[in-house]
Design a protein around this ligand. Sequence first.
Ligand code: NAP
Length: 294
Amino acid sequence: MGAKIIDGKAIAESLREEVKQQVSERVSQGLPVPGLATVIVGDNPASKVYVRMKHKACQEAGILSIGHELPADASQNEVEALVKKLNEDPKIHGILVQLPLPAGLDEESVLNTIKLQKDVDGFHPINIGRLAQKGREPLFIPATPSGVMYLLENSDAPLDGANAVVLGRSNIVGMPVSLLLVRANTTVTICHSHTKDIPAVTREADILVAAVGVAEYVRGDWIKPGATVIDVGVNRVEDASRKRGYKLVGDVAYDEAKEVAGAITPVPGGVGPMTIAMLLRNTLRAARLVDEKT
Ligand code: NAP
């Protein structure tokens, strides 16, 4: 029997609708419109596409969004001065500095400058540190990892006591996903480019999260029958039959994997749409944090 397809697009759409309704309710109660500021440094085309999508989603949800662009040669001081200005702007509840920053800028220092209560991307060192500690609660959890968890929690996969394997240990996906899976009481193995015999590890996984950035890396016979597979990867591969000359595929060989897995996310239409939905949720949460203080 083929795997159940976890429809991230539909799940994200209903989450976005929920946020939209909650925004509309708060505005009708006279509470401020949640506001998101984005900061792009340089001309990375992918960053511009992602940020444009985030603004469009904000607009659809009734969230104010204001974009800021700095040139690739902006100094550390200029970037941090902009973040500090946004920290003090009462219309702005969330600040998102689009990563990666151009080489030469100190990313950690920029992220550290964002006011904790406005860190809707969840990458402030204190938020990430709290995520790693028992009994501590981050104010915000990074959007893609929390999207992965939302999909898992809304699938039929039991998490408590399950064996989870995460492929990838990046700051933005692999590591925070692993920390969240530990919090959900799974037993986590993290694989990376130095791990020996990855297929032997993945074959033990009840939950498999792939975030390596290598097209169709995970083959069907690496998957334990019935496992839940969450594919975070987004990779372009040539496809002459398409007008744009390429198609997007995940880190998992989908056609093979869906014959073995119990449930699987497609690419596109799996984790990708969840990232934006979670950012909108985080921005609404940031506005609520201000309500609680006033
Ligand atoms: P990244 O920073 O390049 O990290 C890749 C990780 O995979 C690293 O930990 C690396 O190991 C490991 N890795 C790479 N090649 C490997 C191999 N052959 N065998 C084992 N491990 C390997 O990538 P990322 O930013 O985490 O992104 C991962 C994927 O997710 C990409 O396709 C990206 O486009 C996608 N993504 C999607 C979303 C979304 O919203 N859907 C958001 C973010 C990222 P080392 O640490 O040893 O180098």
